[in-house]
Design a protein around this ligand. Structure first.
Ligand code: ING
Ligand code: ZN
Length: 312
């Protein structure tokens, strides 16, 4: 029955809980859901993602959508966004076109070591747990600066920095897994979504301020996704802002959605809303009342993006 396939949205689930849930879903819906271990993190944790398909990824005419969360492990509110999407695609299906006509890849915990660390040691940890030096001196690579798009041009060379780009593009196992997923489906990748927080923004490439050749469509679909979210958002949260990473936010190189944009016509970074528009670090904290709402409202944007991907 379906009640056993619900994790619930009353709390932010741990890595272990999410991992067990993915396995359970694959067992309960073997015709639609496959759990794949894409690789292992620096500390050896499985990096698992779901393949969701009514045709077992065998129909090459179907577009593929890739969606991920927690590449930045302190951005906890992004987890219910991917878990909610999984639930809507597998357990509580209301949009049958999106499950029938699209192959989905969903990676809820892209940075498992970092995510475990935010539960055990430091709630505000952002990077992975790479040992850059011997001992516990300045560990971690910013995974969202480690992708091979303008790598190393607008990021930090300093391992102590929160935006340290690592020793080379894709030096980290966590980004290599995502690279491999993207490349394996590059011929039919229609939409790539990297979910972050916070800021209530939908951002697109590139992080150096240059624009993809189809930027007008990217912007249009971005606005349509934002409007769909804003229609159901909490009135106390601000409206979404849509725009280029550099122009809306800051210069950044090696981002996941910039790399996705090299292969998919539509690629975005979502920045989900902050905790009650509070001070900077508090923006990463999660109002328990907002967990299910974050999943619900983000799904409104995803649906619009998915239908645009189908129409492309
Ligand atoms: N913001 C993103 C960051 O990594 C970003 C912004 C998006 C940078 C896409 C590069 C590419 O800094 C958060 N909140 O992490
Ligand atoms: Zn982030």
């Amino acid at each position: 029955n379906s009640s056993s396939s619900r994790l619930g949205f009353d709390k932010i689930h741990t890595y272990a809980e999410v991992d067990a849930y993915l396995t359970q879903l694959a067992r309960q819906y073997p015709n639609v859901v496959t759990v794949v271990e894409g690789g292992r993190s620096i500390e050896g944790r499985p990096i698992r993602y779901l393949r969701i398909s009514t045709t077992n990824f065998q129909d090459a005419r179907k577009p593929v959508i890739i969606m991920q969360s927690l590449i930045h492990c302190r951005e906890w509110v992004t987890l219910p966004a991917t878990l909610y999407a999984i639930q809507k695609l597998v357990v509580d299906v209301t949009e049958s076109d999106l499950i029938q006509n699209i192959d989905w890849i969903i990676l809820p915990v892209a940075n498992p070591d970092g995510y475990v660390f935010t539960h055990s040691n430091d709630r505000y940890w952002r990077k992975n747990r790479r040992q850059n030096f011997s001992g516990n001196i300045c560990p971690g690579v910013d995974l969202n600066r480690n992708f091979a798009m303008n790598w190393g041009t607008a990021s930090s060379t300093n391992p102590c920095s929160d935006t340290f780009h690592g020793s080379a593009a894709f030096s980290e196992p966590e980004t290599a897994v995502i690279r491999d997923i993207i490349q394996a489906h590059s011929n039919r990748l229609a939409l790539y979504l990297d979910i972050h927080s916070f800021g209530s923004m939908i951002l697109y490439g590139f992080g150096d301020g240059t624009l993809p050749s189809n930027a007008l469509q990217i912007n249009l679909v971005g606005v349509q996704m934002a409007q769909a979210i804003d229609r159901v958002k909490w009135p106390t949260n601000r409206n979404y802002i849509v725009g280029n990473i550099f122009h809306v936010l800051y210069a950044a190189s090696g981002g996941a959605s910039d790399y996705g944009q090299l292969f998919a016509p539509l690629s975005y970074t979502y920045e989900l809303p902050a905790w009650r528009n509070n001070s900077w670090l508090q923006g990463f904290l999660v109002d328990p009342e907002f967990i299910e709402q974050a999943g619900f409202e983000t799904w409104e944007g995803i649906k619009v993006g998915a239908r645009a991907a189908l129409a492309n």
